[in-house]
Design a protein around this ligand. Structure first.
Ligand SMILES: Cc1cc2nc3c(=O)[nH]c(=O)nc-3n(C[C@H](O)[C@H](O)[C@H](O)COP(=O)(O)OP(=O)(O)OC[C@H]3O[C@@H](n4cnc5c(N)ncnc54)[C@H](O)[C@@H]3O)c2cc1C
Length: 492
């Protein structure tokens, strides 16, 4: 392995101003989670997919592993840090073209550097009958990195939106999936898989390729959109989860539900009067359809389930007297990125305030770790999980911000956020120990995970009985020299 020869080769491809190495890498070490900094040999910033192909070929020739990032805001799970030492980071933020938007067919073809804010603004202007499925992360975070991490927007799971991927494999070859692999006189993005195996899924939470573009499904803007807010005390959590499942099964709910505990909501409001749990979900359609959904949701969740249901419409969320929290929450449900959650994160540690540049999370005193187990949408089991999380966190003197997010009738993604003061060594150590224990004890108790940070990844890929042997076979074909993201969602 010769990193210096690889760096010289990359420099010729991208130009001096788009590569950093040596002392210029010092600012990479800081990360909001206070994970030990990985040794990174260079950061290379290609300007187009052709340069990505060249970078991979050089990496292969010199056996220097690469770790691709889109905009690098994988906060809580590793930020820009690779899983293992010795990688060069391929920062794809210069690939920021919205290549195409088809309003009537409702898709956008975006490159990795395209941000939520960029795509949302473009759609508002050029394709107003569509909307982006927005996450609670920064407006400047990417659509594609979130998709590849198998992230979740406020309307649905991001992976439901993939209509095709353009990928550079570890061999240096560029390929496209599904019908996009060929060409033809007609639109190619109406049928996701094409003939044969569906390859899209191979590239999310994987280290089999560097994705240089994705065809992403857009949300149709319907006549009416309202946001339901559910408020309920702790002893009704299981009832509400069961009620939400019923609403999904009967077809009343079609968008993902977020259920936040008070720690998460209190950080976003000046009010001290929130109930223990706050649920949020968009209902949309014609006004008659929405009226019916609201009535159904009220009937299922209020009587017997103990939730109070408040309905927020566009006028209430955007009027002159609108509550700032409500505006931010309505905004993300209706396709407009918001900084409300990011600002809330900074306020989660007493005495801390958001920095001027909210995207500078890696360089403030705030510490943030995330543990992400998945649970069936089944009240009793969700309750057991939350109780176990609270027991472990209490033992570490931590009050976690918890979200239980049913994506449909089958599973809820749970987010356990641990916040701490990174300048306090004892607090930092307690948070890390708590996060380790959360992963181990939840696993021992039969819970499994849907996303994982770079520190706990080796533990989970080791204990988890995934189809790893088959993955290794695919890896040897797609990346014969194992130069792509070693250790990422894969046993090393
Ligand atoms: C306040 C707050 C709110 C958040 N809300 C949400 C939310 O609602 N939903 C959610 O899902 N997440 C959320 N997050 C987590 C995170 O910030 C987002 O997932 C964010 O989109 C990830 O950053 P990114 O887009 O820059 O992706 P990146 O950090 O660039 O990418 C994520 C990972 O994907 C892989 N990757 C990236 N690009 C490529 C590529 N082109 N080819 C191959 N592999 C690649 C890399 O391993 C990388 O580490 C939140 C975080 C915070 C702090």
């Amino acid at each position: 392995m010769s990193a210096s020869e690889a760096i010289s080769g990359w420099r010729e491809i991208v130009g001096e101003e788009h590569i950093a190495s040596g002392a210029a890498l010092a600012d990479l070490e800081a990360n909001v989670s206070a994970f030990p900094a990985r040794t990174v040999v260079a950061v290379v910033r290609p300007g187009d997919p052709g340069e990505v192909e060249e970078i991979v070929r050089i990496a292969r020739a010199h056996r220097v592993p690469l770790y691709p990032i889109s905009t690098g805001r994988n906060w809580g799970l590793g930020s820009r840090q690779p899983v293992q030492d010795g990688c060069a980071i391929v920062d794809l933020s210069r690939l920021n073209r919205i290549r195409e938007v088809d309003e009537s067919a409702r898709y956008a073809i975006v490159e990795p550097g395209v941000t939520q804010a960029q795509l949302a603004a473009y759609l508002e202007k050029h394709a107003p009958t569509t909307a982006l499925n927005v996450t609670g992360s920064s407006p400047n975070s990417s659509v594609l990195g979130n998709l590849l991490e198998r992230g979740t927007g406020f309307r649905r799971h991001r992976t439901e939106e993939v209509r095709g991927l353009e990928v550079v494999l570890g061999t240096g070859q560029l390929m496209r999936t599904g019908l996009w692999a060929g060409d033809g006189p007609r639109q190619l993005h109406h049928y996701r898989t094409g003939l044969g195996p569906n390859l899209d899924a191979l590239f999310t939470q994987s280290n089999l390729g560097i994705v240089t573009a994705a065809v992403v499904d857009l949300v149709p803007r319907r006549d009416d959109l309202r946001m339901l807010m559910l408020s309920f005390p702790d002893h009704h959590l299981a009832d509400v989860v069961d009620g939400v499942r019923k609403l999904f099964v009967q077809g009343t709910l079609r968008s993902l539900v977020h259920i936040f505990n008070d720690k998460r909501i209190l950080a976003m409001t000046n009010s001290h009067e929130v109930t223990t749990w706050t649920g949020l979900v968009a209902v949309d359609g014609t006004s008659a359809q929405v009226d019916l959904a609201v009535a159904e949701a009220r009937s299922v969740l209020e009587s017997g389930k103990g939730a109070e249901v408040t309905v927020v419409d566009q006028a209430m969320a955007t009027g002159a007297n609108a509550d700032q929290l409500i505006s931010g929450l309505f905004s993300v449900h209706s396709g407009k990125p918001s900084t409300a959650f990011l600002e809330g994160m900074f306020r989660s540690v007493p005495g801390m305030e958001p920095p001027e540049d909210l995207d500078d999370a890696d360089n403030t005193a705030l510490g943030y770790l995330a543990c992400m187990p998945v649970v069936a949408v089944e009240g009793r089991t969700a309750r057991e999980l939350v109780d176990l999380v609270e027991e472990i966190c209490t033992a570490h003197d931590i009050f976690p911000a918890v979200a239980v997010n049913p994506t449909g009738a089958d599973y809820a993604e749970v987010v356990v956020n641990l916040y701490f003061d990174r300048t306090d060594a004892a607090e930092t150590a307690a948070a890390h120990s708590c996060n380790r224990e959360l992963h181990r004890r939840l696993y021992e108790n039969g819970f499994r995970f849907y996303r994982v940070d770079i520190e706990n990844m080796p533990y989970l890929t080791d204990v988890d009985s995934g189809p790893w042997a088959a993955v290794q076979l695919i890896k040897s074909a797609f990346d014969p020299d194992h130069i792509l993201a070693p250790g990422r969602y894969c046993p090393s």
